[in-house]
Every structure is written in structure tokens, then in C-alpha cells.
Design a protein around this ligand. Structure first.
Ligand code: C5P
Length: 207
């Protein structure tokens, strides 16, 4: 079974995707980490983030062993990731890795922005996770403060709004729900309630 989960930054899709993978015994891939890793390696190599040829080359050479790097989780890296994610050749370079992961025996939960629309259009279940911009900014702010980063709520709110606008408006693979995606709004749901709602939805589709 392949579960495709898309949604904007801090919608709760990351936490949900991990929990769903463990609930159904599936593999889990956070595709945002791939774009963050491209941005990290470009910056480390002193490259401009809009150098498409270098970025595509970097994308082809991503080391999957480095995707858990805590350095990927900063707000600045999220922003840098959304810049390299606009580049068609970068998306093309990363799509095969994502599809190969999806095809692994036993199935997978894959989360990102274009999983239901581009990476896995034939996924068994597609969920588009939403939450209001305020709720998402509060969640992300709490997460970053707990991780020891000193950053104001207003700054996070502005960053999230800017990143959403970029992700939703880009020409290639914009953030948009697939036509056959199920919408899940987590604005008023805690983690447990969101998981329960997602499991109910998935069970109703696959049974
Ligand atoms: O999900 P995360 O916040 O880690 O994603 C970082 C950035 O990577 C997003 O803002 C988006 O620009 C890009 N991304 C993407 N397509 C995906 C996953 C992430 O464009 N499938």
C-alpha cells in the first residue's frame, strides 16, 4: 500500500506520516528532507541556490544516510529548500528516488508537496493535510524553541506564509491537493485525534 501525504509547512503531516507508517507497518519517506539536503549541500559548496545545473547535480548525489541530519531542520534550511525546489531539473533528479522508495516491498507512506499529484499519482490513498497559518506558525515556533533555536513567533509566521506562497505558486509541481485527495484539517486536532481521523479515513478507503 502507498499512502501519499501532502500539505503545507507545519500542517502536521510529518508527525502523522511517521505514526501512520508505524500503525500500518509501512516504510516512511520525508521528501522535504531531500530538498533540504540539496540546499544544504549547495550552500556547503558555496553555490548560488538558483544555479540549476549545479543543484540538479547535487540532487543526483544526495547521500540518503545524511537525511536525518538535525542541521536540515532549521527555518533557514526550509526557506533555502523552497528555492531549490522551484528548479525543474532538481525535481526531475529527485523523483526517481522517491518512486523507487514508493515501490519498496511492503509499501510506504510518502510525504511532501507533490506526492499525490506527481510522484505517486496512483497511490492507494491520498491525504492532503491542512491547518490554518496561525496554528501552523504556533506549532513550528514551539518546535524550534524546544530545539533550542531563538526565534520570534512573528518571524516564523512570516516565513511560513512566504514559503507557502512560493510552494503554491511555482510553475512546476505546485502545492495543490490531487483531485482524488482526502482533505484532513488538523487546525483543531491534537496529534492523537489527527491520527485517529487519518486511520479512519484510510481504513474506509482500503477496506
Ligand atoms: O516539508 P519541508 O518543510 O521539509 O519541505 C521543505 C521545502 O521543500 C518545501 O517548502 C518545498 O518547497 C520543498 N518540497 C517540495 N516538494 C516536496 C517536498 C518538499 O517542493 N515533495
Amino acid at each position: 500500500m502507498i499512502i501519499a501525504m501532502d500539505g503545507p509547512a507545519a500542517s502536521g503531516k510529518g508527525t502523522l506520516a511517521k505514526q501512520l507508517a508505524s500503525h500500518y507497518g509501512l516504510g516512511h519517506l520525508d521528501t522535504g528532507a531531500l530538498y533540504r539536503a540539496v540546499a544544504r549541500d549547495m550552500l556547503a559548496g558555496g553555490r548560488d541556490l538558483d544555479d540549476e545545473v549545479a543543484a540538479a547535480q547535487t540532487a543526483r548525489n544526495i547521500d540518503p544516510e545524511t537525511l536525518e541530519d538535525p542541521g536540515l531542520r532549521t527555518a533557514a534550511m526550509g526557506e533555502a529548500a523552497s528555492l531549490v525546489a522551484k528548479l525543474p531539473q532538481v525535481r526531475e533528479a529527485l523523483v526517481e528516488y522517491q518512486r523507487a522508495f514508493a515501490r519498496r516491498p511492503g509499501g510506504a507512506v510518502i510525504e511532501g508537496r507533490d506526492i499525490g499529484t506527481v510522484v505517486c499519482p496512483d497511490a492507494d490513498v491520498k491525504i492532503f493535510v491542512e491547518a490554518s497559518a496561525q496554528v501552523r506558525a504556533k506549532r513550528r515556533h514551539k518546535e524550534l524553541i524546544e530545539a533550542g533555536q531563538d526565534i520570534a513567533y512573528e518571524e516564523i509566521h512570516a516565513q511560513i506564509a512566504a514559503r507557502d506562497a512560493l510552494d503554491r505558486s511555482r510553475a512546476v509541481s505546485p502545492l495543490v491537493p490531487a483531485q482524488d485527495a482526502h482533505l484532513l484539517d488538523t487546525s483543531d486536532l491534537g496529534i492523537e485525534a489527527a491520527l485517529k481521523a487519518a486511520v479512519k479515513l484510510i481504513d474506509s478507503v482500503i477496506r
